[in-house]
Design a protein around this ligand. Structure first.
Ligand code: 6CM
Length: 255
């Protein structure tokens, strides 16, 4: 049977709900497009030079070792395929700040400080301290968007981007070292329709691509940081996808 992607049947989601006159409009569109382009280029060439740091079933986590001014800024990417959930569901729960602390174990707190539009908000996040480094915080906008699916060949995808920004409410203080990040979760739903045409969660799979470029913002021992990444990213992907499976199991499928 040929796997085909699901087309959203609901009302089309506007390209961006944020007004074109909003000061962040261009930045958000640019960052979202660059993530989609990066993903497309990756699948086309397949010429990746990444080092695999974890593999567990369908989950694979890769990194590239890069240091800038003595600071580890290893780009990280992961791919995963999970049965029973859709890309819309995965992206929704990754984006929804009201459930973030239900699955996040690397944060001490996460608070929305401003809503820019119904699909975009800015949050302040305090990370758990990793000995012997100082406590970090992060301020970033989170944007969710439905992309494509306009023709059968055009993949129907959902994307969430978490991208660092400044915010007057939370200036950099001497309490925390400010980390910066560019994180994207891109998902595609694959459906294998059963003979009777009645699609259940057994017939759907979600292909997830997650990328994280994080700058620790200040000194942190490279070996500790790399050990944290190696342990925490696979743990995050397993824990988070399990969270989505549990949260949606008894709900109607959100295509
Ligand atoms: O993407 C993830 N979570 C999002 C929030 O819901 C958001 C990420 C926020 C924090 C990312 C932290 C990366 C770890 C940085 C460690 C720096 C500590 C320095 C001290 C070490 C010696 O996009 C999931 C993030 C999963 C992280 C493992």
């Amino acid at each position: 049977r040929r796997a085909m992607s699901i087309r959203a049947k609901s009302t089309p989601v506007p390209k961006i709900a944020l007004s074109p006159t909003h000061p962040k409009y261009e930045e958000i569109n640019k960052v979202v497009s660059s993530h989609l382009l990066r993903l497309d280029e990756r699948t086309e060439t397949g010429a990746d030079t990444w080092q695999c740091i974890a593999e567990d079933g369908e989950l694979k986590v890769y990194k590239r070792e890069i240091e800038e001014n003595g600071m580890v800024v290893d780009p990280l990417k992961a791919v995963h395929t999970v049965t029973g959930i859709t890309g819309h569901e995965v992206c929704h729960y990754f984006w929804d700040v009201s459930v973030r602390m239900d699955w996040e174990v690397t944060l001490d707190s996460s608070d929305a400080i401003e809503w820019l539009s119904e699909d975009t908000f800015v949050s302040h996040n305090v990370l758990k301290r990793v000995w012997p480094a100082s406590t970090r915080d992060a301020v970033f906008w989170s944007h969710i968007r439905h992309v494509g699916g306009e023709s059968d060949e055009d993949p129907n995808r959902w994307i969430v981007v978490n991208y660092s920004c400044d915010h007057p409410k939370i200036p950099v203080s001497n309490k925390f070292v400010r980390i910066t990040m560019n994180v994207a979760m891109i998902c595609q739903t694959i459906i294998e329709p059963p003979a009777d045409g009645n699609i259940t969660r057994d017939n759907i799979r979600c292909k997830i691509s997650y990328t994280a470029d994080v700058n620790p913002g200040g000194w942190a021992p490279a070996s500790v940081l790399r050990a944290v990444y190696k342990r925490e990213y696979p743990r995050f992907l397993k824990r988070f996808t399990q969270y989505v499976m549990d949260a949606t199991a008894d709900k109607d499928i959100l295509f």
